[in-house]
Ligand binder design. Sequence first.
Ligand code: NCD
Ligand code: ZN
Length: 387
Amino acid sequence: MLLALFFCLDMATLKLPGLIDPHTHLRDPGATHKEDWHSGTCAALAGGFTMVMAMPNTNPPITDAITLVATQRAAAERAVCDYGIHLGAGTDNVAAAAELGPQVTGLKMYLDQTFGPLRLDDLGPLMAHMGQFPKETPILCHAEGRTVAAAIFAAHLFDRPVHICHVSRKDEIELIRAAKDKGINVTCEVTPHHLFLTLDDCAHIGAGKCEVRPMIATRADVDALRANLDIVDWFATDHAPHTLMEKESALPPPGYPGLETALALYLELAHEGLLSLDDLIKKCCDNPCRDLKLPAQENTWIEVDVDAEWVAHGAHMRTRAKWTPFEGRTMRGKVTRVVLRGETVFENDRVLAKPGSGRNVRPATLQTGSDDIVRQLGADKQIRRPI
Ligand code: NCD
Ligand code: ZN
């Protein structure tokens, strides 16, 4: 069933469009010992992703022109795949966020506790962002349980689209289905870990490593996500790298690296008969492109040996996190080649692209390379150095 003739190069090699990961944490600037724009985008290419969207909970978080320019610069110097940047919604950046809307791929709103300082507890800023952020650019909500309902209702009042990140629970996916049935403009994503892991897996993953937000859930929740895949708009890795030492510490930060294991898991859903190859392409390419208004990547594709089996070992991965919650799992399907805008950028397990060759899909109007503009902003003294 996987080997749809149209995509088949030979009996085992599948040619797919470059995958898009709309939810990636790259930690640059601020925590490059966990990941930077180079290590993270190398992991992306190895996993078959030719475009990633970076989340704003960096240090400092991306919430204004100065922090956006600093991130655009880091990405312009180091990225090896194409990228967009999501801005963070804070309590005091409603006007600034609306103004920066055209330069970013989304506005990320954290309505529940997770890693980093961006959390909106009050209704006031939530409503203000919903009302003022440009409607062409989606608001992406980290919402769990009741906040899923709050986010959908608030967006609906302003007649604007809203996207619910990493849906993990039965109640949530059923609520989203009900909202979609009513014609409400809501989209959602699920992650590979919420589709494959349950709380029972924490016994062998280890308590600290298992921490993730939203927390992995029960078998009933996993089954509900799998039963509702038809209304899931995007697959997203929520690649959230932290080092092994951090994950095994007394206060483990939540998050799993995911870029290098995602495609094999998506293909496993197809092998299980839960997903067609067309569905996979819709969730990994067409739908994120449609909702985030991303440009097409011309002459861009990946080649995947669908029969190749390999064992997931964090120590062999490109992510600086060097661990995976899927350690020891036998995976089926391996990326053998990635072609980005006509250039072979990954082959024989090697990244061939030069740092800085990745392109911003929202070309910066504040020229990232221009010291003049940074000076005009008064940003030259204010760009905080990574800590
Ligand atoms: C993410 C991180 O580490 O940045 N952690 C996580 O558990 N998913 C933050 C987030 O996406 O909630
Ligand atoms: Zn995330």
